[in-house]
Write a protein that binds this ligand. Structure first.
Ligand code: ADP
Length: 395
């Protein structure tokens, strides 16, 4: 008998590929990962690892050989390389045309604005006139403005809020242009809070939407996700879900689409897009009938999508950031004894101060209580018995 289970290739060996492996095990789907190094987060957990550079065409081609479908754990694989794989007959999901909108913030803004999706005002900053263009934008839209690298940003790297223009801003722009970055500027949105809409879309055209979540960011890093977003009306939740499903459809996304949103008095405003499992969806491992990782596999394999029904009234995910002491494991004993129902996820990454190294999830009925349980576990894993130092903001 010939086995017909397809092989899914995931380019990138980070924690998203690692957690996708967990879902692939249950489905019995072979996952192959292209990791940058043998000790990458996913490379430690996946049997079929290819070590190589996912930005190098030769490595990508060798990796894709024998994969039935290729997907991604980040958005940094060059679009030309993805087009090359597509031209040679390897289905890439999401495809290069859709993925461009998660790789390039200007392409995303132009397309979403054309589709009528709510976005902040924006403008490209041409290299040969960036400062005058920035000044003209600030005259029209007021200060502060948000300067962004068009490509390559993550976790707030590549985003600068400018409260004033002048020599310092001009020097920053000159420095960034000197690094070869393309720049754009956006209006600073006065948002109430940040939300995220996570949806999946299959090649067949099926869509599935998770409950809208609130994401709490500190210093550009997501520290906490609350599902569902507290106090969000049913109408507002459906509006945000439909916005994300509409974007997935219009862009032809296959797999997951996370739409990061600003909640404003006038409704949701799109911040950015990710076409892969997303930090705002880690809560689904325990908090939903179908985890985002399983859902991504189902979607890229064109299988029927799984139920997104929540398993508890409230789920809170808190990211664990690295502290000064790398011995996180020694702190498991307290966290697990203190609260046997908290789930700990550790990504096998080197511990560096402020780096995302894992997450914890708590479920329950009472928002304040569930939040406190998740917060306590994440803080303890980071800091140990001393807990959060007085002067540390970014716990
Ligand atoms: P990254 O690609 O690094 O994740 P984002 O574009 O998501 O960067 O921006 C990071 C954070 O900066 C957002 O979560 C938000 O808090 C803030 N931010 C980004 N764009 C704006 C904006 N136009 N107005 C106000 N805040 C913004």
């Amino acid at each position: 008998m010939t086995l017909s289970t397809p092989v899914v290739g995931m380019a990138g060996g980070g924690q998203l590929a690692r957690m996708t492996q967990q879902a692939a095990i249950a489905l019995g789907v072979p996952l192959r990962v292209l990791a940058g190094a043998p000790d990458d987060s996913a490379a430690q957990a996946v049997a079929d690892v290819r070590v190589g550079d996912d930005r190098a065409l030769a490595d990508l081609r060798a990796f894709a050989e024998g994969c039935d479908v290729v997907t991604f754990d980040h958005e940094h694989v060059p679009g030309d390389h993805i087009r090359d794989l597509e031209a040679s007959g390897t289905p890439c999901r999401p495809g290069s045309a859709a993925l461009a909108h998660a790789q390039d913030k200007l392409v995303m803004r132009e397309r979403l604005s054309a589709l009528g999706a709510p976005c902040p005002a924006y403008a490209p900053l041409p290299a040969d006139g960036a400062v005058p263009a920035l000044e003209a934008f600030a005259r029209d839209h007021g200060l502060p403005v948000v300067l962004k690298a068009v490509r390559g940003g993550y976790d707030g790297k590549g985003v600068w809020v400018l409260d004033a223009l002048g020599d310092a801003a001009a020097a920053l722009v000159a420095d960034l242009l000197g690094q070869g970055l393309d720049l754009m500027v956006e209006e600073h949105v006065a948002f109430r809070r940040e939300l995220a809409a996570l949806v999946a879309r299959s090649p067949y055209g099926q869509g599935a939407a998770y409950p809208i979540v609130e994401t709490v960011q500190e210093n550009g890093i997501c520290t906490e996700v609350i599902a569902p977003a507290p106090g969000l009306s049913d109408d507002a939740a459906v509006e945000a879900q439909n916005l994300a499903l509409g974007i997935a459809d219009a862009l032809g996304v296959v797999g997951l689409l996370a739409v990061e949103l600003f909640e404003t008095a006038a409704g949701p405003v799109v911040n950015e897009l990710a076409m892969r499992p997303h930090n705002s969806g880690h809560w689904t491992i325990e908090g939903s009938r179908t985890s985002q990782f399983e859902q991504h596999l189902r979607a890229v394999l064109d299988l029927p999508l799984g139920s997104t029904a929540p398993t508890a009234p409230v789920t809170v995910m808190a990211n664990v950031l690295g502290g000064d002491d790398p011995d996180v494991y020694s702190r498991y004993i307290h966290v697990m004894a203190h609260d046997p129902a908290v789930k700990v996820h550790f990504y096998g990454k080197d511990v560096r101060p402020g780096r995302k190294i894992g997450h914890v999830t708590a479920l329950g009925d009472d928002l304040a209580e569930v939040r406190e349980r998740a917060r306590h576990a994440a803080d303890y894993l980071r800091w140990g018995p001393a807990m959060k130092p007085e002067n540390e903001e970014n716990a």
